[in-house]
Design a binder for this molecule. Structure first.
Ligand code: 5GP
Ligand code: ZN
Length: 111
């Protein structure tokens, strides 16, 4: 299921360009366009749903292993996995996404 108006569905389809990190039948991952640190990635289900509660378990189950792979590949020893649901919780894009945000040593620059 996808939504014609959704920017992340357009990214999955390739209608909007992205720096792709991973793709499988159910999961897509790409770099965030406004990174909070180098390597800030977004891991999303291909199934379009606004909130975590809208996504089937079978799709959700494949997300964390991908976030783990990307965290390892980033080389970061410290990182945050973050997932916002709803405006009050700071969700801006209404397609479920997990942020993987490396937290580099302050000496390395962006933190
Ligand atoms: P939220 O606040 O909804 O949890 O985070 C949405 C994230 O999506 C933000 O970090 C924002 O930079 C990212 N984002 C929004 N539009 C695009 C886009 O067109 N391409 C990419 N790669 N990231 C986007
Ligand atoms: Zn979508």
């Amino acid at each position: 299921m996808s939504s014609a108006a959704c920017i992340f569905c357009k990214i999955i389809k390739g209608d909007i360009p992205s720096f792709k990190l991973f793709e499988s039948d159910k999961v897509f991952a790409f770099l965030d366009i406004q990174p909070l640190s180098r390597g800030h990635a977004l891991v999303i289900p291909k199934f379009h749903g606004e909130k975590l509660t809208d996504i089937p378990d079978e799709d959700l189950l494949e997300i964390l292993p991908v976030a783990k792979k990307i965290a390892k590949a980033s080389g970061a020893t410290d990182f945050n996995i973050l997932q916002n649901n709803g405006r009050i919780a700071h969700q801006v894009v209404d397609h479920v996404h997990f942020h993987m945000i490396p937290k580099p040593n302050e000496k390395e620059g962006m933190s």
